[in-house]
Write a protein that binds this ligand. Structure first.
Ligand SMILES: [Zn+2]
Length: 424
């Protein structure tokens, strides 16, 4: 991805740098050749000279670009999981994934970690984004997702002939787990996404269901992935499944819904980050009936929401790490709504806006293994920035409104927001 050239000064805004440090009123950020050179009070800023590009933050907020930590560019706002298998061919899903990547960038998300991909699209989408062929977040690519046969993603009976063949690698036993990882590595996946536990959505693998993969399968997947320096994450809701995943050596947990004190200790002892994705549950409860969701499933989502919120608070209070990612790509939780996750954490889970923003920027970059490159507004890092017309700390819901974005930058290049439109 190309970096900007020359010097740019952003001023007349409040700096929220993503580290959790107090906001700096009347701040300035200076960008040189696509990297942050200075971030702090305007009074302390160097003189940039008359050649520099000047950007007026209009009294709003200057912050790091957001990191979507559980992104599915290939999920095309489906109402049924089976749609992922049968509705469109890979050619069309690739185009939809590219559109979703563009939308995420326009929504202020300058980086994203994939939570699983149809076919091998994310690997190639990442390449197209890196080569500036299509706009999108800097991507950490997953490939197809690994699930035990008969587990959460293999719920359709045989006569339906639905193997989730674009999305899922079904395994039976540790050897098949190793084989699946080797295939994913060969095809370029950086993250190995797995399904250790069930979910409220599944009739036979509900949210307290632990064994969508056995411990031996999970351990084999982790050992093989780590052998190739790849990372492993998993859909982990049930308490015992969370402990299995942590004992098996998972590098992050998706959801981390039902956790007891022992699970928390295991999590903290290895400082494993968790991406709760809670607004998905709220959206399922609110909009599920419109899509024919049975009441028992909606009740399951409520239990998941309550348990997930409690676990997220527990993890935050104990000093653990949480990423903000929303599992968007379902009819009731469509692409473009990404920042609703942040508002939900402030308005319903009880996080402060500052805590939420640190999760959505710095921790997201840490989960991607790229915190030395972006995620905070710190000298030396890439100028992946979001400039917002409004006080995000006073009202985090402003981040849901793209019309309020003055600029979305990657490496100092303005990719979206009002200034990008004005330049066309
Ligand atoms: Zn997901």
């Amino acid at each position: 991805m190309k970096l900007a050239t020359g010097v740019m000064k952003i001023a007349n805004g409040t700096l929220v740098d993503g580290t959790g440090s107090p906001a700096v009123r009347d701040a300035a950020v200076i960008v040189k050749d696509g990297r942050i050179q200075y971030a702090g009070s305007a009074a302390g800023a160097l003189d940039v000279g008359p050649e520099a590009t000047q950007i007026d933050a209009r009294g709003g907020t200057i912050m790091p670009g957001l990191v979507e930590a559980h992104f599915h560019p290939t999920y095309f706002n489906v109402a049924e999981l089976a749609d992922l298998d049968i509705k469109y061919p890979v050619e069309y899903v690739t185009i939809l994934a590219s559109c979703n990547a563009k939308l995420a960038l326009e929504c202020g998300y300058t980086a994203a970690r994939s939570g699983g991909s149809l076919h091998n699209i994310d690997v190639w989408l990442k390449k197209a984004i890196e080569e500036d062929l299509v706009p999108g977040p800097r991507l950490a690519a997953s490939g197809r997702e690994i699930c035990g046969a008969g587990g959460l993603m293999d719920w359709n009976p045989e006569h339906m002939k639905l193997g989730m063949e674009g999305l899922i690698l079904l395994i039976n036993g540790p050897d098949e787990g190793r084989r699946a990882v080797r295939k994913l590595v060969k095809d370029g996946a950086e993250w190995i996404k797995t399904y250790p536990t069930g979910d409220a959505a599944a009739p036979d693998a509900a949210d307290h269901h632990t064994l969508c993969m056995t411990f031996e399968e999970m351990a084999a997947v982790v050992a093989e992935a780590h052998n190739y320096r790849r990372k492993v994450t998993g859909h982990c809701r049930a308490n015992e499944g969370i402990k299995n995943a942590l004992r098996a050596g998972f590098d992050s947990l998706e959801h981390g819904t039902f956790m007891d004190a022992e699970a928390l200790d295991l999590l903290l002892s290895r400082d494993v980050p968790v991406v709760p994705a809670l607004y998905f549950e709220k959206a399922s409860i609110d909009f599920g009936p419109k899509y024919g969701m049975p009441q028992a499933v909606i009740d399951g989502h409520q239990e998941t929401l309550d348990g997930g919120a409690e676990s997220a608070r527990m993890i935050l209070r104990a000093g653990g790490r949480l990423g903000m990612g929303g599992d968007y790509g379902f009819a009731w939780n469509p692409h473009g709504d990404y920042a609703k996750e942040l508002s939900f954490f402030v308005n319903f889970v009880g996080f402060t806006p500052m805590e939420t923003l640190v999760c959505a920027t710095k921790t997201g970059s840490e989960i991607m293994g790229r915190s030395d490159e972006f995620g905070t507004v710190t000298p030396g890092k890439l100028a992946d920035l979001l400039i917002v017309d409004g006080d995000v700390l006073a009202d985090i819901t402003i981040l849901e409104n793209r019309k309020k974005f003055i600029a979305v930058m990657q490496g100092g290049v303005i990719k979206a927001g009002g200034l990008a439109t004005a330049n066309i």
